[in-house]
Design a protein around this ligand. Structure first.
Ligand code: SIN
Ligand code: MN
Length: 266
């Protein structure tokens, strides 16, 4: 799959691109058949919500699960990343955020690149995320929210004294506070508004490492699992990792996409 010039222009102006139903029902059923086993892992790669046993994030499932490994090499994710970043890419991070029914908690407003610059020594914001919906995302189950165009600011240093906890601990830092003061976020929202793409399972959002984003809690009876594949330009490999290598992956080999039907069972 190739992105059109129009889609690339939209990504560059908005800082994100939403493609409804990029993966079909069979491909999503194949991925979802692996989730119970991935989410039941009790090891350090599984982060839980505050005060509950619900899974917040399952980190790097592609290292142990062959179906998620195929998704990590899927041409419908890798090829758009190569087009947007204009070069070869490798996987910087790969995770499932479960946002479980009734229990899924908030992700405060943040930029991913700020963390990747500070914690991993990533030199430039030449990095994108591809976010694949494993469930339908609606207005009730904690859709992701983006501030369109906010990526044009580049990296924004934190201006808030937020509580920092090790991201590989029980919680990710984005659960306990935003790195930004409300005024900083408010002025971006006044200028650009908020977008919250919603759609069927299989829909995918590509977004820039500097696009401000977050999500509210999930108070609904419907889970909102999403995969986040963070694709970094080869030359932009991380220079000073401080986190475990399942969070900041360190295989800098260029990804070679598999064939387009690799996730289909029928
Ligand atoms: C993230 O920004 O890393 C996660 C956001 C979400 O799962 O809603
Ligand atoms: Mn994020």
């Amino acid at each position: 799959m190739e992105l059109s010039a129009n889609q690339i222009e939209q990504f560059n102006s908005q800082g994100f691109l939403f493609i409804p139903s990029l993966f079909d029902a069979d491909e999503i059923a194949n991925l979802n058949s692996r989730l119970p086993s991935i989410l039941s892992d009790r090891g350090p790669k599984t982060l839980r919500e505050r005060g509950s046993d619900s899974v917040r994030s399952a980190i790097a499932p592609h290292l142990d699960d062959e179906v998620f490994q195929k998704l990590s090499l899927h041409p419908r994710l890798v090829r758009p990343a190569q087009q947007i970043l204009e070069g070869e890419v490798y996987l910087h991070q790969f995770k499932v955020n479960a946002k479980e029914a009734h229990d899924g908690e908030i992700w405060h407003w943040h930029q991913d690149y700020r963390t990747w610059y500070e914690d991993d020594g990533m030199p430039q914001p030449d990095v994108i995320n591809a976010t694949v919906f494993l469930d339908e995302v609606n207005e009730f189950n904690g859709p992701m929210m983006f501030i369109p165009g906010s990526h044009k600011n580049g990296r924004i240093d934190s201006d808030n004294d937020f509580e920092r906890v090790p991201e590989y601990g029980r919680l990710s830092a984005d659960a306990v506070g935003s790195p930004y003061k409300q005024e900083t976020i408010n002025s971006e929202i006044e200028k650009h508004g908020i977008a919250a793409p919603k759609g069927p399972a299989g829909s995918t959002i590509f977004f820039h490492g500097c696009t401000l984003h977050g999500s509210g809690p999930n108070m609904s009876p419907w889970g909102r699992a999403m995969v986040f594949s963070s694709l970094n330009k080869i030359e932009n490999f991380i220079r000073k990792p401080t986190r475990p290598d399942f969070l900041a992956l360190q295989d800098f080999t260029p990804l070679v996409p598999l064939e387009d039907g690799c996730l289909r069972r029928h």
